[in-house]
Design a protein around this ligand. Structure first.
Ligand SMILES: Nc1ncnc2c1ncn2[C@@H]1O[C@H](COP(=O)(O)OP(=O)(O)OP(=O)(O)O)[C@@H](O)[C@H]1O
Length: 227
């Protein structure tokens, strides 16, 4: 018999519509597990989760989770598909007219700064470009919430800034709620309006942050103050 170990304790968290909410903590503290519970990837052994005001369970999961999307540290793109086919991939599982999906994918590629990259091979892109393709893919289904697991951890400073700025623009423009896991406090300070500090599977604190316009200068300052 497999012995279960307790990963999270007493998690009580409320995230508001249009928040950019951070979960920060050291490796193994439980951030990703909280995110995976919120997006329905895993189920809690006890307690309950509400998504967009409705209890997330096996009956509601399909209808709720389709209003969310996910961005990963390692992009999770399919190398055997070109850029636009990666972007429209989520629509293949849903109803919709192919021509309209392609039109929308092109608009999203332009929004993320990748006009003319439609037919590019994924392998030829930089990390920052790959993450921007993943962000375009995450937007194709008009999500109300985007879950981001360490979205900038594989990127250098400039690419990280570009991705964070894009997430901020998405939050501003589409009023998408963003939940972002990071071990990097400077990423959280640059982007989030609230943050939960996770320690040993528990919430040590929830802090409201001062929100500024995200600019290359403000991001640099967040990085410097973190040193
Ligand atoms: N599927 C699983 N089965 C058993 N234990 C797990 C599982 N997934 C994670 N854990 C354990 O839960 C704890 C929290 O892991 P989690 O990945 O949530 O942490 P994290 O803060 O996101 O760390 P990281 O930044 O390294 O991903 C760790 O001790 C991990 O070993």
């Amino acid at each position: 018999m497999v012995k279960k170990s307790r990963v999270l304790n007493n998690i009580n968290l409320s995230i508001s519509k249009n928040d950019i909410f951070g979960l920060v903590g050291i490796t193994g503290s439980g951030k990703s597990t909280i995110l995976r519970l919120m997006n329905g990837f895993i189920e809690p052994d006890c307690g309950s989760i509400k998504l967009m005001g409705k209890k997330l369970d096996y009956k509601t999961k399909y209808d709720l989770v389709k209003h969310t999307s996910m961005i990963f540290q390692n992009f999770n793109l399919l190398n055997n598909l070109n850029v636009i086919d990666n972007v429209i991939l989520p629509t293949k599982l849903r109803k919709g007219i192919k021509k309209e999906n392609i039109k929308k994918a092109k608009e999203l590629l332009s929004f993320v700064g990748l006009t003319n990259f439609e037919n590019a091979n994924i392998r030829t892109l930089s990390g920052g470009q790959k993450q921007r393709v993943a962000i375009a893919r995450s937007l194709i289904t008009n999500p109300k919430i985007i879950f981001c697991d360490e979205p900038t951890s594989a990127l250098d400073e400039k690419m990280s800034y570009d991705v964070l700025k894009l997430l901020k623009d998405i939050n501003d423009e589409f009023e998408t709620t963003i939940v972002l896991v990071s071990h990097d406090i400077s990423v959280i300070k640059a982007l989030c309006n609230r943050v939960a500090i996770i320690e040993d599977g528990s919430i040590a604190d929830v802090i409201t942050l001062k929100t500024n316009n995200l600019t290359p200068v403000s991001y640099k300052e967040a990085l410097l103050h973190d040193e």
